[in-house]
Design a protein around this ligand. Structure first.
Ligand SMILES: [Fe+2]
Length: 142
């Protein structure tokens, strides 16, 4: 199951979390298109640092910072474990970059890494965070 489907199953009810999921789904649906965020189109492929992987990492780090801020605002008790799980996908993508994976050529591999992480993380980490944020009134109920 691609994580686009998981957005429907694991929506948190917290707009700032769900917006991050929707943004990631949007990016994942377009980032693998030929030429999008690819250094090859200008003849300067970043073989040492795939631009598509960099774009994914930038987007994820932005989302993770927003979630971390939410957790900090309310004193979320599972903050460290949640943030550790964010680090896992960042490290996996950085490892692909270090291995000179091209996300245009190896799109299936990159998609699998992100999808597998997202499916698990949305359910195991983001959904409980959303429930906690609503019940603790850290954010207003949707
Ligand atoms: Fe998260």
């Amino acid at each position: 199951m691609a994580f686009g489907r998981a957005l429907l199953d694991f929506g948190t009810g917290v707009r700032e979390i769900d917006a991050g999921h929707e943004g990631l789904a949007f990016l994942m649906a377009r980032i693998f298109e030929p030429g999008v965020e690819c250094g090859r189109k200008s003849g300067a492929c970043g073989e040492h640092s795939c631009n598509k992987l960099s774009a994914l990492l930038t987007f994820l780090r932005h989302n993770f910072a927003a979630e971390s801020d939410l957790m900090e605002r309310g004193g979320y008790p599972n903050r460290d474990a949640h943030c550790d799980d964010h680090v896992k996908v960042v490290e996996d993508l950085k490892a692909l970059q270090a291995s000179r994976v091209c996300a245009e050529r190896d799109r299936v591999l990159v998609r699998q890494v992100v999808d597998r992480w997202a499916l698990r993380h949305f359910q195991a980490c983001d959904h409980p965070l959303g429930r906690w944020a609503v019940t603790r009134r850290v954010v207003p109920a949707a």
